[in-house]
Design a protein around this ligand. Sequence first.
Ligand code: GLU
Length: 483
Amino acid sequence: MTNSVRVRFAPSPTGYPHVGNIRTALFNWLFARHSGGTFIVRVEDTDVARKVEGAVEAILDGLRWLGLDWDEGPYYQSQRLELYHEAAQRLVSQGDAYYCYCSPQRLEEMRAEQVRRKQPPGYDRRCRDLTEKERAEKEAEGITPVVRFKTPLSGQTRFNDLIWGEVVFENDTIDDFVLLKSDGYPTYHLANVVDDHLMEITHVLRAEEWLSSTPRHRLLYQALGFEPPQFAHLPMILGADRAKLSKRHGAVSITEYREQGYLPEAMVNFLALLGWSLDDKTEILPQPELISSFSLERVSRTAAILNRDKLNWMNGVYIRSLSLEDFTQRALPFLDSGLPAEVKRPLSIDYIRRIMPLIQERARTLAEVAELAQFFFVDQLDYAPGLLIGKGMNQKSASQALETAKQRLEPLEVFDAESLEVVLRPLAEELGLKTGQLFGALRVAVTGRTAAPPLFQTMSVLGRERCLRRIEAALDRLRQGGR
Ligand code: GLU
């Protein structure tokens, strides 16, 4: 099929996989999957100085983790250099590009001068019209030139962006940008255009920051006689303070989100809503629904705000939608790394299986699981003894309550939630306490916390021996002076 959608994700391996880039990947992927098209990964590794070891793997891992499978690639631009050379040569011989021999030092001085005079930055075109003789002289000096595009000096470059509508740039604001660098590598502009053409890309979905590069690309398409793809520039992503998303807003690498215990399903849903929406209310859209409903018409121009609270909430929703076994399996590595070293390894999977239903209800991230479940595992609980003495109680009534509860629990044969309730609920009245007072003291005694999963279920999972030992320890603390 000649007119089917072909899109690409074209990361530069210059650092960690930023969520903004991953959002771009996701929109391309959703667009491809929605339209039955092809999703291509192309690594734009032509900036040798900025290349970061391991970045490609981290980016690809991020895509795999999110389930963004690709149909072609990864292609590497560094392995396609001759294609860019050919294009540059062709432009030079057509008169649409030229060799520039200006030294980095001269360019630097020129820039400084432009800044001083408050002029717009840009190459002053000194080499644009060198004579054959001048060129030969430069060559004889042994200078390796760069190739620059001969940008039209007047007129306009216009195109229709699928999100921004008609965009117009005055050509005289575009300088003679470099196509081939002196190290033999192409610039982003040249490689991007040549590859989008050769890979038959139909739609370029990329971040808004590239919008100002697009007129250059359009000029290149024109000069090379290539038909340009359609462009759709995705809105920026900002932090809650409306500043450009950066490290100080918390995690910005997809790897970090993964390590913090966000589910890939939740991440996909969350990222999809950064700049796209189904309507003005639907938040939970699992992957199949995203694919079926995604469209560029509903991509917004307004910057998207990355709201961590919303992500936490959404992740909690996805956590609760997992089967218990799935949740348990995903939580295991986080328990293993998150529980204190004193907890004996390997952890008992049977015990974990009984704990997890209580945690699944409350956890917003997998990393939180270790923290929420910690009291199930440690020997010594660490809490202020004063917590045992609830409102309207004193040391004496708290001790009496815990002592009596202990006596009633000791002979219990069956230690399940119902049996515990049958024994403990009437006990409150018998002691002249509100249930909240008795249960509060017990909760602190057995969990060390004032907020924990439902008390009887928690006690049942902890088991009789552990509960009794903990109540005994609580009584000791009260004896040693309460508050
Ligand atoms: N390599 C560019 C980037 O890192 C790609 C921009 C584009 O998609 O054209 O974002």
